[in-house]
Write a protein that binds this ligand. Structure first.
Ligand code: ZN
Length: 300
């Protein structure tokens, strides 16, 4: 049985759907990010394997961000020691998502996780209300992005979490289930039962079905309550000021030497590829301005 608080199915936007299983401590989220991912990755020519990994990481970050009460950003990073250097995905509490990756040389050989072996997974919570930034760093352990995140949540946050992710060239979607620790469990078998049902999901169903159809397909014998859908979308937070702050960190000597060779310094946002131009006058203003300003965060 499926109770819908709101049906808001539209085809031209991406939506996150929260749901709970009535009279249990189990809650969940579903999201399809196909449009968001197309927009977020269109400015870069990522190898297919990397595009796939960034897609899954974007879906996972949205599913996790939607479980947080915090106002701010959730940033997931995978840092490698080989040719694949870095994957960064950020999702705000308003479900505005962006992503970027850094690599050098040939990454067409080997699987994504082979390329990240010996690497680290970093999760950062960056509250925008001035609260304390939280960062957790763990080795990359698991056979998939979903498994790496599940292991992290289990060990570091001690919240039972299961994540299912699926992506191809055109679609990327996922589902998360969490067992709320603080609630008195009246239906003690619910978590195992619901996870067992969710494990029957196929990649095709995850990618192709909207939340209502998917939840009905998986949990039609459970009492699922679906809440209002939330818009999820690509949006970059870069500003000229933040890019300028980053440029200033290069130092006066470096900036002066670049401007001796060319008229402008052109800086592109790693996430959205927006170009920002700084000429000699801009650079002088940058260098003259207060250098005690806070350091720009990883996400500029
Ligand atoms: Zn940007």
């Amino acid at each position: 049985m499926l109770k819908c608080a709101a049906m808001n199915k539209q085809n031209n936007i991406d939506q996150l759907q929260r749901f709970i299983f009535d009279k249990t401590a189990v809650r969940g989220n579903h999201v399809n990010l196909s449009l968001t991912i197309a927009r977020a990755l269109q400015h870069h020519h990522y190898p297919a394997m990397l595009k796939n990994a960034l897609s899954e990481l974007m879906v996972a970050s949205t599913l996790l961000a939607a479980t947080l009460k915090m106002q701010g950003s959730l940033i997931l990073q995978m840092q490698g020691k080989g040719a694949l250097k870095l994957l960064v995905v950020e999702c705000t509490s308003a479900l505005e998502i962006r992503a970027t990756a850094k690599w050098s040389g040939n990454i067409s050989q080997g699987s994504f996780l082979d390329l990240l072996s010996q690497g680290h997974f970093v999760i950062t919570l960056d509250p925008k209300d001035g609260g304390q930034t939280y960062q957790g760093i763990v080795p990359i352990e698991g056979n998939s992005i979903a498994e790496i995140l599940q292991n992290y949540m289990q060990r570091s946050e001690q919240i039972e979490t299961r994540i299912w992710l699926a992506s191809d060239d055109n679609q990327a979607a996922g589902m998360l289930l969490q067992k709320l620790p603080e609630q008195l469990e009246v239906d003690t078998d619910a978590w195992n039962r619901v996870c067992h049902l969710a494990d029957t999901v196929t990649d095709e169903e995850l990618r192709g079905l909207d939340a209502t159809s998917l939840l009905h397909r998986l949990f039609h014998e459970e009492n699922v309550r679906i809440f209002d859908a939330h818009l999820a979308q690509f949006k970059c937070r870069c500003t000229r000021q933040n890019v300028g702050n980053m440029l200033r960190m290069l130092g006066a000597d470096e900036i002066t030497s670049i401007l001796a060779e060319r008229e402008n310094i052109e800086v592109h946002c790693d996430f959205c590829n927006q170009a920002y131009m700084f000429d000699a006058v801009d650079a002088a203003q940058l260098l003259a301005s207060d250098t005690t300003m806070s350091m720009p965060k990883m996400a500029h």
